[in-house]
Design a protein around this ligand. Sequence first.
Ligand code: FES
Ligand code: FE2
Length: 350
Amino acid sequence: MSATPPFFLRNLWYHAMPSRALKAGKLLAKTLLGEPVLFGRTAEGKAFALQDICPHRAIPLSCGWFDGNAVQCCYHGWKFDSAGHCTEIPSLMPDQQLDLNRFNVQAYSVQETQGNIWIYMPESDPAKAEPPRFEIPKIPGFEPQAQPNVTYTMRFPCFIDHAVVGLMDPAHSPYVHQAWWWRTSELHDEVKWFDPSPYGFTMRRHRIDHAGRLYGLIGGIPETEIIFYLPGLRTEETTTRKHRVVNLTTVTPISATETDVTFELYWDIPWGWLIKPLTIPLIKAFLGQDRDVVAKQQIGLKQDPVLRLIKDSDTPARWYYQLKNEYARSQAEKREFVTPVKSQQLRWRA
Ligand code: FES
Ligand SMILES: [Fe+2]
């Protein structure tokens, strides 16, 4: 496994939260990649993000007030607009002219699309900050205004790499995701084609042969395509003759020891609301199994052991580390990103 010490990728988009978590005229403070970030939504509905530290005496701006337009610090009342510009210092006399721009607070780029808020996390050293190299992943077949039908976030007690690798791991399901009353020792052969895709890789579209009978209800034998993107995003698009269901899973580091995993579903099934109440308990149980196993893994990781990656079941994990390292290296060396992924068939038992 990678000998590089753990690090967060910078200069790319991270999933911040589902749009509906941020109401108009409200603020929401959240730590991302160890940095305190203050999210807000203006009265007009525009989402923004500022560093949650007042440039005057460092008190979190989230301790202050928001009138739907300006954030006001609770200590000396300085005001900042949604772009981070300092717009007022109440203690100044009318004849005391100061260039308020010297006291701006750092603003982050934010994009809102398909029911999610994304934040661009640049290198903290401005000399190393770069514009985005790639766009936020699209949910195929849905409009930019689409909202996920289901969204659920769970915090994993681990560094981002272990959350990503744990979620993509094709060999853990028979042990982690089965209940004691139906865990079988019977493993099946899996054979899938993988191809490189921008800043990630794709599990080639294929028929789900052992699909349950439920799929009859949504239009017959489904086909599925899974795309993985840095920094740890995954879309899984399942289509039948009639319908489409897309799962977006995002992984966002909170700190070196905590990671938020968000699981969302988009569907075009008109009666989807009927099954919606069932989905949250299932997602909770499923993600909970992944979280519990990485929580146990932390016990062993404290000893800082060397971890092993085997062919072929750990190949996606190996690609993740290679993609991540290449992304960081290509930026440090100011050159094009060269994908380490090659088209190939992977075979494993699960
Ligand atoms: S600390 Fe924020 S205005 Fe003084
Ligand atoms: Fe899992």
